[in-house]
Ligand binder design. Structure first.
Ligand SMILES: Nc1nc2c(ncn2[C@@H]2O[C@H](COP(=O)(O)OP(=O)(O)OP(=O)(O)O)[C@@H](O)[C@H]2O)c(=O)[nH]1
Ligand SMILES: [Mg+2]
Length: 197
């Protein structure tokens, strides 16, 4: 195993749903009722430094995702609140559509400039601890959400930052998938080779 350290950059996308709490639970092993915003967090796992970026754009719901957010990350995590059906639908109608648009732009750049393509998407439904308490409220159906995520090739987890449920499992699965792009020494394997014709 190499003694170098490699970066894995993840971007979390979520507004008023519990996104920052997920990162804090994973990187800082803590939960706060009102987490303060910080642009990025990290945690070292073996010879990888996992950087998780948390861009807080309050009017996501109105303007969509700025292109820069979807570029050049190894993994994108889209978060909804299981007690807020609108937040789940928004992933389907907006964020995933923006992701597809940027992904296709990025694919063209990859061919031109050998830039890395991000290909790893995970959808997380958070506040799973609220499901039993929220019988007064309709929650996002787990099976339907999982089916949707899998239909677009995304990993899917329901988690609770408050109760520390499934947080490590979800990140580990995403990170392990991303690591398949690295060889045994932790060096990145070029995903695309350019062929001149
Ligand atoms: N019950 C429960 N509450 C949670 C959980 N995660 C976050 N919360 C609460 O949800 C609220 C929003 O959490 P944040 O992590 O700040 O959410 P955010 O999506 O980063 O919000 P903004 O940065 O303001 O857009 C806070 O009051 C948290 O305490 C969870 O797993 N369970
Ligand atoms: Mg936040």
């Amino acid at each position: 195993m190499s003694n170098k350290r490699y970066n894995i950059n993840l971007q979390i996308i979520g507004c008023k749903v519990g996104a920052t709490s997920i990162i804090k639970r994973f990187c800082n092993k803590e939960f706060e009722k009102k987490p303060l915003h910080q642009d990025f967090y990290n945690i070292i796992i073996e010879n990888f430094k996992i950087n998780v970026w948390d861009h807080c754009i309050p009017n996501y719901y109105y303007i969509g995702i700025p292109a820069f957010i979807l570029k050049n990350f190894d993994g994108i995590i889209m978060v909804y609140d299981i007690t807020n059906i609108k937040s789940f639908n928004f992933i389907k109608t907006h964020w995933y559509q923006e992701y597809l648009k940027e992904k296709s732009n990025n694919e063209n750049e990859v061919m031109d400039n050998k830039k890395k393509i991000y290909d790893h998407l995970m959808i997380i439904g958070t506040k799973s601890d609220e499901r039993d308490k929220s019988n007064f409220k309709e929650c996002v159906n787990s099976d339907a959400a999982r089916d949707y995520a899998h239909s677009i090739g995304a990993l899917f987890f329901e988690v609770s930052s408050k109760e520390n449920l499934n947080i490590n499992e979800s990140f580990n699965e995403l990170i392990n998938k991303i690591k398949l792009n690295y060889n045994q020494n932790g060096e990145e394997i070029l995903q695309y080779s350019i062929i001149n014709i």
